[in-house]
Design a protein around this ligand. Structure first.
Ligand code: COA
Length: 254
């Protein structure tokens, strides 16, 4: 079965991350499939809302670390940047349903969603510093804006997970649900939205995002260039090597 499942029903396109054996870690091919689905949803008149989900126990372990080592994203046309740009500029409503761990881009992609529903088992984390990397997905701009600077600094500089209730408190999620009910609730909300006039949804979203859109894309470009450089530096090499060897990284000389 494919690692990314796409299904459409009554105006709602659902993208399901489905690589359970690897905790839904996302490879370049998976970013490409999701970027294609977002592009198609933009132009497909039958699509009115997109919903992104994992399953009841895992949203995503973030970028596949082996892929980072073997096929680091090269340039702005890399699938990961195509996906991030796609969700950052997606004109129609974007809904997410998150249960279990949402690591790295698993959390930062939510900053570009309009509605986020979480299971009470959701654990969000942005451990870029712990991997010798830096913030991505415009999180260096949007997290301080949404969370307040100090809470964003705790998430981005410490990289420690925060749970669903804390995510609700900072405004990252709209509602916390029992995991077995989260997907049905998120779908019900998406379908409710899909019945509203699309032009009103699109214009209202555009107006809400307008003030920050240029800055979001600028920050994402700067983050992407920095992230790309840092992927090849010693701290990231040590972190990825440690992950593959199942040991703690040693940053004492870095
Ligand atoms: N890239 C590649 N493989 C990954 C992965 C990732 N991001 N996350 C998990 N996996 C693999 C593990 O290596 C493991 O492989 P194995 O069965 O061959 O040993 C398998 O998926 C299961 O992961 P495991 O860690 O045993 O699951 P868990 O339920 O104990 O923990 C997570 C789940 C998501 C909390 C944990 O896997 C994790 O922290 N992953 C790394 C997240 C990360 O740093 N992502 C990069 C962000 S930029």
């Amino acid at each position: 079965m494919s690692d990314i499942l796409i299904a459409s029903e009554a105006g709602v396109t659902t993208i399901t991350i489905n690589r359970v054996a690897r905790k839904n870690a996302i490879t370049a091919a998976m970013y490409a499939a999701m970027a294609d689905a977002i592009e198609e949803a933009t132009t497909d008149a039958a699509c009115r809302v997109v919903l992104i989900q994992g399953n009841e126990v895992i949203f995503s372990a973030g970028n596949d670390i082996e892929d980072f080592l073997n096929k680091p994203p090269a340039g702005s046309a890399a699938p990961v940047f195509r996906f991030l740009n796609g969700i950052a500029t997606f004109p129609k409503p974007l809904v997410a349903c998150v249960c279990g761990p949402a690591v790295g881009i698993g959390t930062t992609m939510l900053l570009h969603c309009d509605l986020v529903y979480a299971g009470d088992n959701a654990a969000f984390s942005t451990p870029f510093v712990n991997l010798g990397l830096c913030a991505e997905g415009a999180s260096s701009l949007l997290m301080p804006h949404m969370f307040g600077y100090h809470r964003a600094a705790e998430a981005l500089l410490m990289g420690e997970p925060f749970m669903a209730e804390a995510a609700l408190e900072v405004g990252l999620v709209n509602r916390v649900l029992v995991p077995s009910e989260a997907s049905a609730y998120a779908h019900a909300q998406a379908h409710k939205m899909a019945k509203k006039p699309l032009s009103s949804l699109v214009e209202t979203k555009r107006l809400m995002k307008m003030g920050q859109q240029t800055q979001v894309l600028q920050v994402m470009k700067e983050e992407g260039a920095t992230f790309g450089r840092m992927l090849n530096e010693p701290a990231a090499k040590e972190a990825f090597g440690a992950f593959m060897d199942k040991r703690k990284p040693d940053f004492s000389t870095l």
